[in-house]
Design a protein around this ligand. Structure first.
Ligand code: IMP
Ligand code: MG
Length: 196
């Protein structure tokens, strides 16, 4: 079945993502010479975790957890997949695609602190500060953005576009309606990619 073409403004090209992730790896390795537990929040962090783990030069365990929203309007968050690692006494780096309201990262950091993690630093590709509801301290940040909606490199719109190798700004309303999306600025040449 064919999917509608995707038009949007490229936010970060693949090589720009690689440099950001390399910089993350160098900083995390320098800050944590004894090693870390790299905890990815599913599913948006999958690309980041896979690439970041290979840029970390200190001992690095990799683990994942998943959260799901529930309650009126999805206003509350619960753990839907737990970690396997025991984080007590260990330095943890939480890897996430984007920090928006800050609820997700705050929940995970509180959980890790309750379990006795020695530290719980946040590493995020994107930081959308204007929409923050809870203040969160972010140690490693790729790029600050505004209100725009982003897909690719793990980030989805209704479970699509996680597999794009770059980050693209899209208009969610156009994707939802199936209408031809408006494109602004640089156009991502993603029409030819399988599944798009
Ligand atoms: P927070 O709890 O509001 O900070 O939500 C963060 C989560 O919302 C991220 O981990 C993403 O999965 C999702 N999210 C927020 N903004 C976007 C976006 O622009 N594109 C795709 N997913 C997003
Ligand atoms: Mg999503």
């Amino acid at each position: 079945m064919s999917q509608p073409g995707l038009a949007g403004r490229t936010l970060l090209e693949t090589d720009e993502l690689s440099s950001i992730v390399r910089r993350f790896g160098e900083a995390i390795s320098a800050d944590h010479p004894d090693g870390i537990v790299l905890v990815g929040i599913l599913k948006g962090s999958v690309c980041l975790v896979a690439d970041l783990a290979r840029e970390i030069s200190v001992p690095c365990a990799v683990d994942f957890l998943a959260l799901s929203a529930y309650g009126a309007g999805g206003a509350r968050i619960k753990l839907s997949k737990d970690l396997e690692a025991d984080v007590a006494g260990r330095a943890v780096v939480i890897a996430v695609d984007i920090v928006d309201s800050g609820l997700t990262v705050s929940y995970v950091r509180r959980l890790l602190n309750e379990r006795g993690a020695r530290s719980a630093d946040v590493c995020t590709l994107l930081d959308r500060r204007p929409r923050r509801l809870l203040p969160v301290d972010l140690r490693y940040v790729g790029l600050e953005i505004g209100d725009e909606y982003v897909v690719g490199y793990g980030l989805d719109f209704e479970e699509r576009y996680r597999n794009l190798p770059m980050l693209v700004v899209v208009e969610p309303e156009s994707l939802r309606s199936g209408a031809s999306p408006q494109s602004v600025g640089r156009i991502a040449s993603v029409q030819g990619l399988p599944g798009h």
